[in-house]
Unconditional design. Structure first.
Length: 283
């Protein structure tokens, strides 16, 4: 029997099914391990120690880093690394790391209070995007076009948010309703697609079913991907870019990326690229 891989996730989606389908092509045994059944903490980590690598694909924006950290402490190899997952889960920390390494990121303000929010509004020109530091799939992301509604928007965060949910970013609305999702496997950009918002929803996000098309791997994008990998290390990432007048900037990096839309747009067999990477790493 070949090398074994645990897909650690809360559920089996299209991407996980594709990874299970191609496992045999690369001599791999891949199993789904429910991330709600691990109860990690015991150094033995019995449910993961039987695998050569744990591929952490938890969709929760808090579970992945915790699971990977405890798995690594128990001697289990993880993909991506715990450090990379923690960085991706925290948009503010990731942008700070990328910016310090010279990777272009959008201007932003960290908002932890109404005073922060009011000060950021005074410093930055509308329209602005208000988003949670911890979150994904376009959820709780708000476009503020009018100063008159800004205070009401923050009311919801202040009254309904709890603890880490109140940590937010305020940033310029850039990209004109489009973004570029880059799928990275190991150190290679295997596919890139542009997503465009449509209908009444301004957000451009693959999880929202926006329109998409393949885009070329231009040198600027490749340079940015190299910069991201210099910070996070090799792994499997979805790197989201916005196009500005001065070039691309990194909006965020997803440590457990969905890749169905990029695969459809580009015709790339991304699951096989992942399988090939796993075989090379475990050989």
């Amino acid at each position: 029997m070949g090398p074994s891989v645990a897909i650690v996730a809360d559920r089996i989606g299209w991407e996980e099914r594709r990874l299970l389908d191609v496992a045999g092509d690369f001599g791999l045994r891949i199993d789904w391990v429910n991330d709600e059944s691990l109860c990690l903490g015991d150094p033995a980590a019995p449910k993961l120690r039987d695998y050569d690598v744990a591929m952490v694909r938890s969709r929760s924006y808090t579970r992945g880093g915790l699971i990977a950290t405890l798995a690594e402490a128990a001697g289990v190899r993880t993909l991506n690394s715990a450090r990379a997952i923690h960085a991706c889960e925290n948009k503010a920390a990731l942008r700070a790391e990328l910016g310090a390494a010279g990777v272009p990121v959008p201007e932003f303000r960290l908002v932890l209070s109404r005073k922060d929010f009011d000060k950021a509004l005074a410093e930055m020109a509308l329209p602005l995007v208000f988003k949670p530091v911890f979150g994904g799939m376009g959820k709780r992301v708000t476009l503020i076009r009018d100063a008159d509604i800004a205070a009401s928007v923050y009311d919801y965060v202040e009254d309904l948010g709890h603890a880490f949910e109140q940590a937010c970013l305020l940033e310029p609305y850039i990209g004109g309703g489009t973004s570029v999702r880059c799928l990275v496997v190991g150190t290679e950009l295997v596919g890139a697609a542009e997503f465009s918002s449509g209908g009444t929803d301004w957000r451009n996000n693959a999880a929202l079913g926006n329109s998409h098309r393949a885009v070329e791997h231009d040198p600027e994008v490749l340079k940015i991907i190299d910069g991201v990998l210099g910070v996070l290390g090799a792994g499997i990432y979805g790197v989201d870019l916005f196009r500005t007048a001065d070039g691309f900037v990194v909006n965020e990096v997803n440590h457990a990326p969905g890749f169905r839309a990029v695969a459809a747009a580009t015709g790339t067999d991304i699951a096989s690229a992942v399988g090939r990477h796993l075989k090379e790493q475990l050989s």
